[in-house]
Ligand binder design. Structure first.
Ligand code: ADP
Ligand code: MG
Length: 502
């Protein structure tokens, strides 16, 4: 084959990257549609962007205390931890983590949930064995972070609506996932009570609110990991579907006038009214387990960005003979659907060197493209694709954040902010907790997200500056512990403390 024409290669890569551009007008249109669909979901059951009431009616202030268990089924890993909340916005946490075997993601509910219960047993045996020997009648309270759409009917009861993120276990649909887990825990005879069902977004919101400095409660918890989703504090009066006569809602505390709502924004605009679409997005969707669903998530999160990149690289291969000098096995990751991890994008994006040595070695190790025969121009072409895909993800992520700032009345007109600045009035921060490997590790993710926020007229740079965004470290564990605490309190169960902490 003739040597690859570098000029044509870079030109084609740039043309593809243009297709991934998501401009200021697109962001504005996205925000408008997001606001519309928020309202639709708050008013009606069964909408794609579900807007799930979580039965959590307040956020922590940092004074909460006790030892709680938490487990997290997030998508890629299963984590078990115990959290000791010390009541001063601080905590200590012990945890174990196991990868979820791929086969279990499409098995049956007994196979999956007995595996989860077994992990809980091993953790409790190792870390809380003594505690239980002494207080055999006292059950540890567990918060179950389950990051899939559920129809929540009480703080510890929720029926699975559908699987996402590659899971597909038909017999679990419509079942109460707390009961599924409790049954398997009981079968193993461990003294643990599933006290609360927690979406990871709500956990992130709670954890951030417990740990964040100052008196301001956190407004939004947002995940950019395997999937993407967010939960925010909404006025009860706006969740009108809860007051419909046949809504079947359980008991909850109405005194705060607020409730945390889990948006399920991964399903924003499944109708594809405003979302960007490329050939590579369409290829991904067609080959996914849920075509036409989670269309927003498929453009943003870790489960998908690697596959979009793989499709785009294959496109460059076909169009202009990218990697034509390299040896690529039939079984290489590049030739295998869903086998390019999104961390690949982070590593390539981060490589600012002249010869793109890191990018080349990532191409070899992670994609199976022999580095010896990859030119710097070819690596550069891949980096152009990576940058386009990553930046689009970050800018799209600004859409729900902007919409929620606007919907909750947090943004202020620029003029009033000027006045406040003149009178040296303290401008209140808008606190947002984030979690997930994509927001945490993709270079520039927050920067691009903030750029897009500023482009929304209602927000502008004055309000964007008020946004304080921070990773809720160990958010799902601490958040689940906090919700287990609230649930146990409501049920009249006293807080537990480990013997050596009393
Ligand atoms: P979970 O969603 O299970 O809670 P994470 O937040 O760690 O777990 O997200 C895992 C996802 O993040 C995977 O899809 C993985 O491909 C992606 N990922 C892992 N490391 C990185 C990284 N360095 N940069 C970008 N994405 C990453
Ligand atoms: Mg997570």
């Amino acid at each position: 084959m003739a040597p690859i024409d570098s000029t044509a290669l870079i030109a084609r890569a740039e043309a593809i990257s243009k297709e991934f551009e998501y401009g200021a007008d697109d962001v504005r249109k996205g925000v408008k549609e997001f606001l519309r669909l928020m309202d639709v979901g708050l008013q009606n059951d069964g909408e794609a962007m579900t807007m799930i009431p979580t039965y959590v009616t307040s956020v922590p202030n940092g004074t909460e205390k006790g030892v709680y268990l938490a487990v997290d089924l997030g998508g890629t890993n299963f984590r078990v931890c115990s959290v000791y909340l010390t009541g001063d916005s601080k905590f200590t946490l012990t945890q174990s983590k196991a990868a979820i075997p791929k086969l279990m993601m499409t098995s049956d509910s007994h196979t999956l949930f007995s595996f989860l219960a077994q992990q809980v047993k091993e953790f409790v045996d190792e870390h809380h064995g003594d505690h239980f020997a002494e207080t055999a009648d006292h059950h540890l309270q567990l918060g179950f972070t389950f990051s899939f759409p559920v129809d929540q009917r009480a703080v510890n009861k929720g029926y699975l609506i559908r699987w996402t993120k590659g899971f597909d276990i038909a017999d679990a649909i419509g079942k109460d996932v707390c009961e599924l887990l409790q049954k398997e825990i009981d079968a193993l005879g461990i003294p643990v009570t599933v006290a609360a069902l927690v979406n990871d977004t709500v956990g992130t919101l709670m954890a951030r609110s417990y740990t964040s400095p100052g008196k301001t409660g956190t407004l939004l918890g947002a995940i950019f990991g395997t999937g993407t989703n967010g939960a925010y504090v909404e006025k009860l009066s706006k969740i009108s579907k809860m007051t419909k006569p046949d809504s079947g809602v359980g008991e909850y505390d109405k005194s705060t006038g607020e409730m945390v709502v889990n948006t399920e924004w991964g399903s924003f605009d499944n109708a594809m009214q405003v979302l960007p679409d490329t050939l590579y997005d369409r290829q991904l969707d067609k080959n996914s387990v849920n075509p036409g669903i989670q269309m927003f998530e498929k453009r943003i999160s870790g489960m998908f960005l690697g596959e979009i990149l793989r499709n785009a690289i294959l496109g460059l291969q076909k169009d202009v003979g990218l990697f034509s000098a390299a040896t690529i096995e039939e079984t290489a990751a590049l030739n295998t659907p869903w086998s390019v991890d999104t961390s690949v994008l982070s590593y390539i994006e981060a490589d600012d060197s002249e010869d793109l040595a890191t990018a080349k070695s990532v191409l070899e190790e992670q994609l199976g493209v022999s580095a010896a025969h990859v030119s710097t121009e070819e690596a550069r072409a891949v980096k152009i694709l990576v940058h386009a895909i990553g930046k689009r993800s970050a800018r799209l992520s600004a859409v729900p954040v902007a919409a929620i700032l606007i919907a909750t009345g947090k943004v202020k007109p620029s003029a009033s902010l000027d006045d406040a600045a003149e009178t040296k009035e303290e401008l209140d921060v808008i606190d947002i907790g984030v979690d997930g490997s994509v927001v945490e590790f993709y270079p520039g993710f927050e920067k691009y997200l903030r750029e897009a926020l500023r482009e929304v007229p209602e927000i502008g740079s004055d309000n964007e500056k008020r946004v304080r965004m921070g990773v809720a470290k160990d958010g799902s564990g601490v958040g689940a512990a906090l919700i287990a605490l609230v649930a146990a309190k409501m049920a009249g169960i006293p807080a537990a403390f480990a013997a050596d902490e009393l």
